[in-house]
Design a protein around this ligand. Structure first.
Ligand code: 13P
Length: 249
């Protein structure tokens, strides 16, 4: 089946308000009257999210980089899904390897966040990926299956079709070392087969699977040409208007 490609820029902890405004000025000029077929969006810091809602006709998806799973409460420094909804956020990145690595995010909390996002009718972008050591030890498939199985525990089948999964090998993030399109395809296909095992083939065919890790304008075409890769999650190359625009199809 034909799945619409989805390309998301993950700005991580980059850009203040002025820098975000500069980006949007440049990007809006480039995108004007262009026929972009894919879904595209920016995952900005919380302080910049409200700037991304340009006007009602804007197709730019507003994406958050994290959320808490509780509606509200005494959780200093956290942000709720309700707060994100106020800023027109529709998608939330969950379980990015940087959150797993530096902020002790574990599969059980990732699962709770997914449950809460689906309950709120939001789309999670669930990240998974192996370290260099795991890759070299040929543990990629096992590591990723475990991450996905735990993240999706008790998630109802009806929610899975709209899920986005981002396969990001940690050894390819910000290193300039991209997985080859073929390597990325092999893992994305394995993920789709695993979703089929956990749910069914029909649902697996609908899930969109992105690749992330040193995606650039000059390598994205080969990556997106693979049958099981439905988009990209892009860090560095999404920070400048021209290079983000050049990623879109
Ligand atoms: P880079 O594109 O900078 O390698 O970052 C990838 C990433 O972590 C996107 O979430």
């Amino acid at each position: 089946m034909e799945r619409k490609k989805i390309i998301i820029g993950n700005w991580k902890m980059y850009k203040n308000i002025d820098e975000t405004k500069d980006f949007l000025n440049g990007f809006n000029k480039l995108i004007k009257n262009k026929n972009i077929k894919c879904d595209y969006g920016i995952a900005a810091s919380f302080t910049n999210l409200s700037l991304l809602k340009i006007d009602k006709s804007s197709a730019l998806l507003i994406v958050a980089q994290n959320c808490h799973y509780q509606n509200e409460g005494a959780y200093t420094g956290e942000i709720s899904i309700k707060m994100l909804k106020d800023m027109a956020v529709s998608h939330v990145i969950i379980g990015h390897s940087e959150r797993r690595m530096y902020f002790n995010e574990v599969d059980e909390t990732i699962n709770k966040k997914l449950q809460s996002l689906f309950n709120a009718n939001m789309v999670p972008i669930l990240c998974c990926g192996e370290t260099l050591v795991q890759y070299e030890n040929k543990e990629t498939n096992n590591v990723i299956k475990k991450q996905i199985k735990l993240a999706l525990a008790n998630i109802k089948a009806e929610n899975i079709a709209k899920l986005v999964i981002a396969y990001e090998p940690i050894w390819a993030i910000g290193t300039g070392k991209t997985a080859t399109a073929q390597q990325a395809q092999t893992v994305c296909k394995m993920i789709r087969e695993f979703i089929s095992e956990l749910y069914n083939k029909n649902i697996a065919e609908q899930v969109r699977i992105q690749y992330g890790g040193s995606v650039k304008p000059d390598n994205i075409k080969l990556i997106l040409a693979e049958p099981d890769i439905d988009g990209a999650l892009v860090g560095g190359a999404s920070l400048m208007p021209q290079s983000f625009f050049d990623l879109l199809i």
